[in-house]
Design a protein. Structure first.
Length: 167
């Protein structure tokens, strides 16, 4: 057998060394390249399956929402037609005095609403001014403290004074 390998030009020691090297290479590749790649592929496959399932669920929810929307719109149309018919009948029965009274009521309600909205707007503006003043005061205090030119107590006093004047 050794003679046959020798005639074929095969060195059995070199062949064994090559087999050992191949085994080491195979082990290293499986351990450090093949397995991590398989894990990454498996992870991506799981993520894509989850994303696909989630998209299927979302599509089903969208279909359900569309069906519910169409159903509610149909009912709203029916109710609006009924309300319009009742309003037409009631409008025919209401006299001009009742219309004038309701017009005055609406004007009063609009005026009250406008005044409430104006007062809420003013309150909101004052609140925003106070908030901005406080933020500006904090920024000025931080800036003055960082510069080191003025003591912390002096910078606090200056910012409080400036905040008091800005409001």
């Amino acid at each position: 057998m050794a003679e046959l390998l020798h005639h074929l030009g095969i060195n059995w020691k070199l062949l064994i060394i090559q087999m050992v090297n191949f085994g080491i290479l195979l082990f290293v590749l499986r351990r450090f390249i093949y397995q991590p790649v398989l894990n990454a592929i498996k992870l991506r496959k799981e993520q894509s399956e989850k994303a696909f399932e989630k998209s299927q669920e979302l599509e089903e929810k969208i279909i359900q929402i569309e069906q519910t929307k169409e159903h509610l719109l149909g009912e709203a149309r029916k109710q609006s037609h009924a309300i319009l018919q009742k309003a037409e009948v009631a409008a025919g029965k209401i006299s001009t005095d009742a219309l004038a009274k309701s017009q005055k009521e609406i004007e009063r309600f609009v005026a009250e609403t406008k005044s409430k909205a104006q007062s809420e707007r003013l309150e909101l503006l004052l609140s925003v001014k106070k908030e901005i003043g406080g933020l500006v005061a904090e920024a000025v205090t931080a800036t003055l403290s960082k510069k080191g030119g003025i003591s912390t107590d002096t910078s606090h006093a200056l910012t409080e004074e400036a905040a008091g004047h800005s409001l």
